[in-house]
Design a protein around this ligand. Sequence first.
Ligand code: HEC
Length: 321
Amino acid sequence: MNSRLPISGTLAAALTASLLLGHNNGVISGKNSVPLGVTTGYPSCGSCHNATASSVVHVDITSAASVAPGANVPMKLSVADNTTYTRGGFEMETSAGTFVASANTWTDKTVRGVEAITHNDSLSRAWSFSWTAPTTPGLVTMTAVGNAADGDDKEKGDNWGWYGSDATLPGVPYRIFVNEASIVSAGDGCTGADGFKPVLGIAKAPAVNGTWDTEAYNLPVGTPTIAILGLSNTFFGALPLPLPLKGIGGGDCVLRVSLDVMQVAITAGRGAGGGSARTTWLVPNDTTLRGLKLHFQQMTVDSKANTFGFSFSNALTATIQ
Ligand code: HEC
């Protein structure tokens, strides 16, 4: 607290302002005395609440992983800690697209112009809302911070932290891929190391006499990963697809495409869930291939995912143009 004395006047003014503006009703970066960039670094909620993020906090986000351009995507954000209190709040920001508020949330732009959503009362620890994907394909990243409050309407004593496997690390991205319009989602992936679910996306449709990429995210760093192209998503030899892998220790993982062509890469990146891999594919100059359906899934060596030792992404189906 001593280190704060020089700025105590500012802090008192900030607290007064936030009380007057009903801080309980939401927090947007850079507005109502809230610091800039609350989802990506200090001081964040700690400028008024406990100074440091707490490792007992867990901010979780769930939604579809790989979506169509312009899609309306239901999302859920929850915050938990090691107490039985039931109050809380959050702020989440997105690199693209727009949030659509529900009854207990509201949206705004931060002072830097970033799209954001927050709580409008502190009565819950989970919020359902939606997000409209941008029309431009590509990776979208979201960052979030949550406060697991003790409900005493005071700023001290609450546990707060950032989204990710370690709530004390700011700015860990939640990733959603926006696919090219003709790409079809064909089933979910399963959770791998540190709670990250691999995301597979395609930003450009395959076309005769051209190359395009599949992109995989949310993977462990420095591990072999296999991009699978299958000509079928109903049979792999005699085996019917999708094939649940529970029986061989694969947990919730499901093989969704036949193992016809595979390309191996080593994931690059930093931090938990920060690994990614891009795989380039080629369609020969043969117009009879137009209309052929190609099925994709990413399989990654991940000893923490399950006893089988692999995680699996969502599956996608592309049609050669
Ligand atoms: C400018 C100071 C300030 C900042 C920054 C701040 N808060 Fe608060 N917050 C307060 C004060 C003061 C209270 C208690 C009075 C009130 O509820 O208005 C409070 C209360 C709350 C409550 C209700 C607590 C309860 O016990 O019911 C929640 C939830 C909350 N804040 C969430 C957040 C989140 C999430 C952040 C970071 C994104 C944040 N706050 C950042 C000042 C702040």
